[in-house]
Structure formats: structure tokens, C-alpha cells
Design a protein around this ligand. Structure first.
Ligand code: GLN
Length: 273
């Protein structure tokens, strides 16, 4: 079978599992060939399909996310290494980047609470070469992966990473203060019905936040002021139906709140000043 034929067959098979079956097949094929997707599409369609492809399609058909199979995900035009234990960066979160870059055009010190793959913090540092960053996460895997992604982007010398759990008192001591705080906390309701590719593969600790999905906002937002310089802003990602609830938490903590939407027009980020 050629690459082209194998792609057609795989896209048909993955249609039952994935909304992006053809794209998934192409990403898995490029990974099996060890080339970029564009090189594959331009040069390799008549080559024989490589051995490893069938096993990748099998894993995807069992709902494993493409990003865990290939070990990488694209975010805001850059490639980030990911692995199980790390939330896969989502296009929705690019709204947090757009919001941060416009609300805080020239930050010197940037903090990311729950740094994960590093997608938010490292993107802002890459876009703002004068800035330095601090990332914290409770997960050792997150600290490791963010460190590797920083090296791949050549910005490891502007980054400090700490393994801290904000459920444990004292986590914010000694971090200093910041001009911009980024945070995509867990915000999914405990009993939410998630797709199998999320529910069965991505880390529950990065997704779920109590019965209303608000637990982490309730912990973090009242502690923010000590971490923020006088003119600082904090940008929180939110679930599409959480703007009012999180806005209320923020106002009770003394912040002025502004809502931003994602490309699909859904509420996605809150600016706290
Ligand atoms: N948007 C993600 C999802 O629905 C959730 C991310 C999060 O909890 N921070 O899968």
C-alpha cells in the first residue's frame, strides 16, 4: 500500500473516533515516516506506507490522543513536546495568549500557575524577549517537560521552574512579584461527560476541580494580590459557562474583571486587574 492509500483507509477507519480523522491520519503518518506533514504531503504520497503506521492508527482508534502518540502538539505556531501526565495544549487556550499580549504588552516578570507543557508561559516568553518567567506545577512531569520545551525554544535562561502545590500553604512564598500572571487551572465539573480521548488519557488533576469546576479559582484568586505588582494583570482561562461564577470570586477578592472570548466566540479568558 502507498502512503496515499494508507491515509485514505486510516481516515475512513478513524471517522468513528475522531472529528478530525484525516488530519489525525496525516499527523500519525508523518510521525511514522519521521518527516513533517507538509513534506509528506508534497513528496511521499506514492512511497510505500511505513510499518509503524498501522499500530499508531490502532492506538488512535482506541481513543488515544494524537499528541500522546506523536509526542508533540502545536500551539500558537510552535511545537511543544507532550506526554501522558501533561494536559495537551488546546487551540482554545490561544485566547489566553492573545489576551495576555494585548492586556500586558511589555511584562518584565511573568508567572504561570500550573505550567503543564509550558505552552502558555513559553509562548509569552518567546513573544516577549525582554521578559523572564517563573512556572510552578504540582507535577514533576510538568516541570520536566516544560524545562525541555524551554531548551528546544532556546529560552531556558529566562525561566525558573518550581514544583509547588497550591493546596499546600506557603507555596507562594519567595516567588516574588509579577507584571503578568497566567493560569489555565483545572476547571471541569467533577461529573462532566468528557470525550473518551480526554477522560481516559489526560491527567484528571489538570482537568477536574470539584463539583462546579471552581475549586482552584477559589484557592488561587484570593492569594493573587501578593504576587502582583501594582499595575499587573492576571489572565485566567475559564470554562465557557464560568464567566459569572469566576468573575464573582474575583470581584470579591477586589479585582476589576474583563471577559475575553475565544475564536469560536465562547467566553474563554478573564482579565483581573
Ligand atoms: N478545556 C479543557 C477541556 O475541556 C479543560 C482544561 C482545563 O480544565 N483547564 O478538555
Amino acid at each position: 500500500m502507498t502512503v496515499g492509500e494508507a491515509l485514505r483507509a486510516a481516515a475512513e477507519r478513524l471517522d468513528a473516533t475522531s472529528d478530525t480523522a484525516r488530519l489525525d491520519a496525516e499527523l500519525l503518518m508523518a510521525h511514522a515516516l519521521g518527516v513533517s506533514r507538509s513534506d509528506m504531503l508534497l513528496k511521499a504520497m506514492r512511497d510505500p506506507a511505513p510499518e509503524g503506521f498501522a499500530a499508531f492508527v490502532q492506538r488512535r482508534a482506541a481513543h488515544e490522543p494524537v499528541a500522546y502518540i506523536t509526542g508533540e502538539a502545536e500551539f500558537y505556531g510552535r511545537v511543544f513536546a507532550v506526554q501522558p501526565g501533561i494536559l495537551i495544549p488546546r487551540a482554545d487556550s490561544e485566547a489566553v495568549i492573545e489576551t495576555a499580549l494585548s492586556a500586558s504588552p511589555d511584562p518584565r516578570r511573568v508567572l504561570d500557575l500550573g505550567v503543564g507543557s509550558g505552552a502558555l508561559l513559553l509562548t509569552v516568553l518567546a513573544e516577549r524577549p525582554e521578559a523572564v518567567g517563573v512556572g510552578i506545577d504540582a507535577s514533576a512531569i510538568a516541570i520536566d517537560v516544560t524545562g525541555k520545551n524551554a531548551i528546544a525554544l532556546g529560552i531556558e535562561n529566562r525561566l525558573d521552574l518550581h514544583r509547588h502545590d497550591w493546596r499546600v500553604a506557603g507555596w507562594a512564598d519567595d516567588l516574588g512579584s509579577f507584571d503578568l500572571v497566567l493560569c489555565n487551572p483545572p476547571y471541569v465539573e467533577a461529573d462532566a461527560a468528557l470525550d473518551a480521548q480526554v477522560r481516559d488519557f489526560e491527567p484528571a488533576t489538570a482537568l477536574f476541580a470539584g463539583p462546579e469546576g471552581l475549586d482552584d479559582y477559589r484557592i488561587l484568586i484570593p492569594q493573587l494580590r501578593a504576587l502582583m505588582n501594582p499595575a499587573a494583570v492576571a489572565i485566567f482561562e475559564i470554562g465557557a459557562n464560568q464567566a459569572d461564577a469566576v468573575g464573582t470570586i474575583a470581584q470579591a477578592a477586589g479585582f476589576a474583571v474583563e471577559l475575553r472570548r475565544d475564536l469560536a466566540g465562547r467566553p474563554r479568558a478573564l482579565i483581573l486587574r
